[in-house]
Design a protein around this ligand. Sequence first.
Ligand code: MTE
Length: 314
Amino acid sequence: MDKIHPSEITPERLYFSRRKFLAGLGLFAASTVITSACKLGGKEPGPGGFCDSAQAGATTDELGAGLTACNDIINYNNYYEFTLEKTGVAELARDFKTSPWTVEVGGLVKNPRSLTVDELIRKYAPEERIYRLRCVEAWSMVIPWLGFPLGKLLKDVVPDAKAKYVRFTGVHDPKNMPGQQDRYFPWPYIEGLRLDEAMHDLSILATGLYGKPLPVQDGAPIRLVVPWKYGFKSIKDIVRIDLVEDMPDSFWMSASPNEYGFYANVNPEVPHPRWSQSSERRIGEASRRPTLPFNGYGEQVAALYAGMDLRKFF
Ligand code: MTE
């Protein structure tokens, strides 16, 4: 598997200044050594690993594409709280504690709730959802998630009439997440959806993949998955969900407003300012494939954007 340079998602300005910053601290060499000591793609250490007993209810997505290999899903990640590199996240995240874990659900709601992930799993019974994940960097995977519709949780807290958006907040734990010591990024990771997008049945909170609880590197213990949007919308390690009146500023909108918008719907016709989005590299496949509008979920979601200029609302 070839490696995508971290600067592809990181705004160039931030990427280079971060390198300078790390070099100043004498950390650049150290982080390079750590990365190159990690296996580069697709292999999991030893027997008894996560993928040994991984199972999914199907072998393809609804378009007939095969599932991405479990080892690729758990060893090729974007998780800036730990590192800008895609490989080696698992090692850096190995000791990160994800239980007990509480999610606060509040803001403009009638019944604010504080629920542990165990309670959420008992209450909402996660089911398998096989979704394509299309990263803004133009790689993609097909992942058998275990999750439940976010809309079920939102209905139970009863949004006020004023609530128009949902804001998701990731955990802030710089002591245990080395990437959060990088002050060039606006930690914690924040994401947002319009309320109708959040209520759509395809939007799930995932707690597992390949039949097992989520590995840390894939966002344990709970993350959002919104399959028709670029992967950065699918925030990992959620600790708060707030119903709000105004459009939230997301992590990437704050880091690089010219490159990353609020909507981030997969769109082959709107290039990223630094690369085309017309095709993608499916992890595990040799040749590129064309990118589908809304990542292939147009029939289900295009109506959410009727009348909107998707070049303007990117
Ligand atoms: N969530 C958090 N909290 N931190 C991150 O760095 N990266 C995003 C998204 N969610 C990210 C995140 C990006 S850019 C992508 S493509 C997906 O997670 C990758 O998910 P995966 O590592 O499980 O494949």
